[in-house]
Design a protein around this ligand. Structure first.
Ligand code: SAM
Ligand code: SF4
Length: 333
């Protein structure tokens, strides 16, 4: 369905829980957030009904996220059921990877089309610090399992000044050597995220160009999102000092703060409590609960269509006062 700015909305991110087994410092307070009772959280049956209605409006791609989606029991079964809705083209997941090695077989069986793993540091001590106690080893096990399973896998990384910015070359090498996409995401003023502590993707690109003089734009389609991709140009990769093997993966830059990608935004978000957010930036949301109670698919379609129509032309992250005060795990990152 087209929104009022003429954009085709064909993608919905579904937060299936606001709980998480990590406490990433830009996302969650160390003590966690007040637990929402399960009675307020959408059941899988309700999520599937909403998604069925969304498909009839032209939404064909779903991303399962959270909180940490894999902490909710039955998550892989939900993915399989989403894949089974006629008309669904793609179901992907965003995870911190802590439980991924254990769940990868079930995700593969579910037919999942892609996995994004959030990984901000390749050093155990830093990883533990940034995630509030997570195990790098577990996430790397999850990454290996995902790569071995053949499911297209990407890494999402937030670089922060004086913390992990020096790992940029390590992440670039990871992309090029293991043939997976690594995307650098600019920190947004959502939750506990403070953009001034982040690194702009302009700086990331400059540093990458210094490391890899043969870096070129990668025009291939990599996914549904706003990332701009770069790859190494052909065999010349072998000649640059920084690269030890043939280039295969690409580097994506998701410049939430420093580039305007709103003109091609294709998504809405469903929170775990049943609200549809037209835009990540603002508090505005439409509750699906009255439509769920109504019981008809038409009511669900109307509520979703209203959310799509209410999509603003763009975000205003630079004006902090207008930004949704909820954290990313409540919104569905
Ligand atoms: N727990 C899963 C994970 O970490 O991948 C899924 C949910 S998490 C909220 C989704 C993504 O949002 C993660 O990649 C995380 O780094 C990102 N995120 C959280 N807070 C953010 C912020 N303030 N700015 C930019 N990205 C943020
Ligand atoms: Fe949890 Fe993901 Fe937020 Fe980290 S970014 S605290 S893993 S929801």
């Amino acid at each position: 369905m087209l929104d009022s700015s003429g954009r085709n909305i064909d993608y919905m991110r579904i937060s299936i829980t606001d709980r998480c087994n990590l406490r990433c410092r830009y996302c969650m307070p160390q003590e966690g957030i007040e637990k929402v009772s399960m009675s307020q959280i959408l059941t899988f049956e309700e999520i599937l009904r909403i998604c069925g209605a969304a498909v009839s409006l032209g939404i064909r791609k779903f991303k399962v996220t959270g909180g940490e989606p894999l902490v909710r029991k039955g998550c892989t079964g939900l993915c399989a059921e989403l894949k089974g809705i006629p008309g669904v083209e793609q179901v992907t997941m965003t995870t911190n990877g802590q439980l991924l090695a254990r769940e990868i077989g079930a995700l593969r069986q579910a037919g999942i089309d892609g996995i994004n793993i959030s990984l901000d540091s390749l050093r155990e001590d830093r990883y533990r610090k940034i995630t509030g106690g997570g195990s790098l080893e577990e996430t790397l096990r999850g990454l290996d399992a995902a790569i071995q399973s053949g499911i297209p896998t990407k890494i999402n990384c937030l670089l922060q000044q004086d913390f992990n910015e020096d790992e940029l070359p390590d992440f670039a090498r990871l992309a090029f050597e293991r043939g997976i996409d690594v995307r650098f995401i600019e920190i947004m003023p959502i939750g506990f995220g403070r953009p001034e502590t982040g690194i702009s993707n302009e700086t990331v690109l400059q540093r990458l160009e210094q490391l890899y003089p043969n870096l070129v734009r990668d025009e291939r389609v990599h996914g549904n999102g706003p990332a701009v991709y770069y790859r190494l140009d052909g065999d010349a990769a072998m000649e640059t000092k920084a690269v030890e093997s043939v280039a295969a993966g690409s580097i994506g830059l998701i410049s939430a703060m420093h580039a305007s990608f709103c003109g091609s935004c294709n998504r809405i978000r469903l929170t775990s409590q049943g609200e549809v957010k037209p835009c990540l930036c603002y508090e505005d949301s439409i509750s699906m609960k009255p439509a769920l109670e109504d019981g008809s698919e038409d009511a669900l379609r109307r509520a979703l269509a209203e959310a799509i129509e209410r999509k603003p032309a763009g975000h205003t992250f630079e004006d902090r006062g207008s930004v949704d005060r909820r954290a990313m795990m409540q919104i569905g990152g």
